[in-house]
Write a protein that binds this ligand. Structure first.
Ligand SMILES: [Zn+2]
Length: 179
């Protein structure tokens, strides 16, 4: 899930924490994609330019899912996830290599790393949408920000992508009260 959020936030154009967020390109795109993959907590080799371009297309498709849930359209979110699952031919497969313990892969048809990631992100979103926490995907509600998040808080009241945005909104509200 962290990777899906990371890819959308790094690679899709829009606004981030009050500033314009143009979609990165060239070397910047590759390093942004690499960082997003590493947000899953593991160390991955650098993403190539070709992979970064592929992941940018994936990120745009993933964003649709967050946006659909945010506006209460679970049907559209499910339709989009099903399409992604089919496109990526996502299927779980236990793998063990490089001295690592058994872990789950979601190899699709393409056999590319970007394709694997797309399949894995689609599966993660499918698990969320098919469960009790289906409405926990969101788009930041702070002004001039459209970055996405997954709300894992206990009461599910998260509205912002980051504490930076939460603080921006708090500060603005405080100023409004005191002027
Ligand atoms: Zn935000």
């Amino acid at each position: 899930m962290a990777v899906a959020v990371g890819l959308v936030n790094a690679l899709t154009a829009g606004e981030a924490r009050g500033r314009p967020h143009p979609a990165p390109d060239g070397e910047e795109q590759a390093s942004a994609a690499t960082q997003a993959l590493r947000s899953g907590g593991r160390h991955y080799p650098e993403v190539t330019a070709g992979e970064a371009a592929e992941l940018t297309v994936v990120a745009a498709a993933l964003r649709v899912v967050f946006e659909s849930v945010a506006r209460g359209d679970a049907d559209e979110a499910a339709r989009q996830v099903n399409e992604l699952l089919e496109e990526t031919d996502a299927r779980p497969h236990l793998d063990r290599h490089d001295g690592e313990p058994w872990h789950l892969h979601f190899h699709g048809t393409g056999g590319t790393r970007a394709g694997d990631w797309a399949a894995s992100c689609a599966t993660a979103l499918a698990v969320v949408l098919g469960g009790d926490l289906f409405d926990r995907l969101g788009v930041c509600t702070a002004p001039h920000c459209d970055r996405v998040y997954v709300d894992v808080s206990r009461n599910g009241t998260r509205r912002f992508c980051s504490t930076a945005c939460q603080n921006r909104v708090k500060t603005a509200a405080f100023r409004a009260r005191n002027t």
